[in-house]
Write a protein of this length. Structure first.
Length: 147
């Protein structure tokens, strides 16, 4: 049996919308990362960018379980001496919730030029309104969440 290897010309990109209201940050991020990489498609090829476009709405209503709002911190370095910065997720979610989702998804993508290309197809909005209504995105349910 031969293995199918997708070519860039074979890729058909679709638009998906994920409603993050009341869902855990990690569950939303894994669902979005799978769609961006193309792992939900039958023609998935690891070295070809075969992912789709994703719109995340209601990022302000995303939740963190346990004590992550106070204990978990986002850290980065400015590049200068003593330039280590950090902010706890409680402050980050209140101030800039799309950045929290973007950081979580980016950490789940490949650390290569392929991952940098895939993250550009992610659009995150704080509320339910988005600018991509003309693309007619399909709604995606987040797996593994108890209702």
């Amino acid at each position: 049996m031969k293995t199918y290897m997708a070519k860039p010309a074979d890729i058909e990109r679709k638009w998906f919308v994920v409603d993050a209201a009341g869902l855990p940050l990690g569950r939303v991020a894994t669902t979005v990362a799978d769609i961006l990489t193309g792992k939900t498609k039958t023609i998935y090829t690891p070295n070809v960018d075969c992912g789709d476009y994703v719109i995340v709405i209601n990022s302000d209503q995303t939740v963190l379980t346990g004590k992550k709002l106070t204990d978990k911190k986002l850290r980065w370095h400015t590049g200068y001496i003593g330039g280590l910065k950090e902010v706890d997720y409680g402050t980050l979610m209140a101030k800039d919730s799309p950045k929290a989702i973007h950081t979580a998804v980016k950490g789940m993508l490949p650390k290569t030029s392929l991952g940098r290309k895939q993250i550009t197809r992610l659009h995150i909005y704080k509320d339910a309104d988005h600018k991509q209504t003309a693309q007619k995105p399909e709604k995606v349910e987040v797996k593994g969440v108890r209702n």
